[in-house]
Design a protein around this ligand. Structure first.
Ligand SMILES: [Zn+2]
Length: 171
């Protein structure tokens, strides 16, 4: 049912403020949260809430309902969830009750100016989270198609990689 997430709860997440946690066990491949909703141009969304937005296309974003699990879902450099398709967040492995659910923001962001300090605590923390384009090739390879669909080159057949927003291709 849209807007409901019986397996999730919101709670304190240390320095990150609040986060979204598994309320019950979530199995691999299970839908954790769906960001489906009204898709808006970035300029129609107030800047102060950009950090809560989920990118669904170049310059198109969904702003989750304020206070919903999607609003509080944090980033991790070693996430237990991945993005499938346009809006779905899916469990990458089994998630136990009480564990924070998180995905890698770099697998959702196509805006090359994006930069966020990270203190997620993962062994492989990248310290600064940037756009998908900035990810090392081996990590892109490991995520494969488990990133926001608009970031995948196959979306624009015959036109090469996804177009850039902030660094126009002069070649
Ligand atoms: Zn990190």
């Amino acid at each position: 049912m849209p807007g409901t997430a019986p397996k999730l709860r919101i709670g304190p997440a240390g320095r990150k403020g609040r986060g979204t946690f598994a309320a019950t066990r979530i199995e691999p491949g299970e839908l954790v949260w769906d960001y489906a909703g009204e898709e808006r141009w970035i300029k129609e969304i107030p800047k102060r809430v950009w950090k809560y937005c989920f990118q669904v296309d170049y310059d198109r974003y969904v702003l989750p309902a304020s206070g919903s699990p999607g609003w509080f879902m944090n980033h991790s450099c070693e996430p237990n969830c991945v993005i499938m398709g346009r809006t779905r967040v899916v469990a990458l492995r089994r998630i136990e009750p009480g564990e924070e659910v998180a995905f890698d923001y770099s697998t959702n962001v196509g805006w090359e100016g994006f930069s966020m300090k990270c203190g997620c605590g993962a062994k492989g923390c990248r310290k600064v989270v940037r756009s998908y384009q900035s990810l090392p090739e081996d990590l892109k390879g490991r995520y494969g198609a488990c990133v926001s669909a608009f970031l995948l080159p196959a979306r624009q057949p015959g036109r090469g990689p996804p177009r850039r927003l902030s660094a126009p291709d002069l070649g």
